[in-house]
Design a protein around this ligand. Sequence first.
Ligand code: ATP
Ligand code: MG
Length: 566
Amino acid sequence: MQLAVKTATFENNLTQDRRDQTQDLQRALGRVVSCDGSRATIASTVGGMAHLGPDSWTVGRMISINLGSSRIVGLVFEMAAVQAVWDEGSDNAIHVQVELLGEVSETADGRTSFQSGISTYPPIGAVAHRIRASDLALVHDLGTRKAVAIGTLTQDPSIPATVCIDDMLARHFALLGTTGVGKSSAVALLLRRAIAARPRLRVLILDPHNEYASAFPDRALTIDAEGLDLPFWMFKLEEFAEVVFRGRSAFDEEADILREVVGVARERYRSGSLRSSMRDLNSTLLKRPLDVGQGRREDSAGSAGDMPTPYRIIDVLAIIDDLIGMHEKRWPHASLRSLKVRLEALHGDPRYQFMFARANMMETMAPVIAQIFRVPHHGRPITVFQLGGLPSEVVDAVASVLARLAFDLAMASQGTYEILLLCEEAHRYVPANPTLGFLPTRQAIARIAKEGRKYGAYLGVVTQRPGELDPTILSQCSTIFAMRLANEVDQQIIRSAISDASASTLKFLSSVGNREAIAFGEGVATTMRMRFAELPRHELPAMDVVAGVEGRREPGLDDMVRRMRG
Ligand SMILES: Nc1ncnc2c1ncn2[C@@H]1O[C@H](COP(=O)(O)OP(=O)(O)OP(=O)(O)O)[C@@H](O)[C@H]1O
Ligand SMILES: [Mg+2]
């Protein structure tokens, strides 16, 4: 569209920016005809046979309104022809609605700066024109903060889109968008930038689709179900119970027994005796279960909850046997037997070997922490935790252990280890519905969101369904990359999260392209519509199974059925 502006002379008593007068007139697109304090309407005309051009009015673009020594930056969010008919033979009047975002002002020495908010409103008749590239760059400039380029502005791909990694991490971030828009790829890009900008940072990715290993062949250690060692004794009691009872809460009595016998087994391990005498056992067991628990808590040097000290499963089983054989019937035998069968089955199940196989070769958590949190990291500060191969009922418990360890390690390191926990499909772990999800995982993630910043524990959440994510977690994420979201409920959630004047940017949430995002919050200068940089193929996340599938032979039906059963 070629735009022509009505030639009515514009006389006002503003000191016009003489230097740019001719340039501005060339770029002049229209004039302000109304303004209500946050929005303005610009009247303009469009030639009857207009084509799309750099000066076209289009929704989503920033424009500027000239006030002489300053320029107001506005965002076009709506426009319409004044008459509902189009005359191809002459100019047609149009009205353009813009949201006023802020001001670019020039100092006497010729330097320019941008501030959000408006101090001088445009008078009726003020000239609106295409924004200068330098102003557009200034609007998104992070000033004295350290800027890292992650892509380009949608409006002008010659201008880099930058974020402040420090602020993005410290105040947590979220990446939201419907399936296939490029969230995981954007995560890969952001994480590469983050580890480059902060050499002390460790990243732990909870990877439910086993897709990140391919994105960081050089910078990450991948831990899959087979390579994982997470001793059962590092689980808090409720986490262990989640695994033992397969996420079902109907076994209250067995859970109470488990609490008691684990307490005794820990005591036994600590006192160093493999089989204490029946007299010792009686004296421990005759205490109420709570006493045992409290004794443990006092011993754990003030740490909240049960301290992850080792114990042995054989001791647990032996203690259950002893309880069955005891004269005093403390627990129904059926419950004791059932718990024993459960523990034996778990212990023998190859899928749970990560909890049991090498658990009692370790005396402390140190080797596990060293592996998972990359201490030292030897150039690979990222751990990709492939949850895809784990039995579904243990994913929650494992996520809980990992989130808890991340926080505790950051805290114990007194800020020397910074840890970012990246949760893909975060709505699974911290669902909006309080009756869903696993409480300890929710608590561990919420703890990072609420207090992590003080200790260097950061959170990144990724979801396709913001509406299903716990809103308190999302509200703790101060930088949000909103990608395409088709669902109205999801869009509403993003709208309520944005605080600055650029809320109408979010009108575009349902229509932004792949790789595009509207970024807002602490990590960016102003709400920014941007496109993530294109990643080379070898840095893209891809599911293991799909990567390299070309040339692979199709398995026979029998093979596939066997795998499905397995
Ligand atoms: N920054 C990028 N550079 C190059 N290709 C990209 C980029 N972003 C997305 N793509 C392409 O788009 C595809 C889908 O992207 P991606 O897997 O990141 O989407 P997603 O939002 O995580 O999807 P899902 O919701 O299914 O997890 C990628 O496989 C890749 O081909
Ligand atoms: Mg993804």
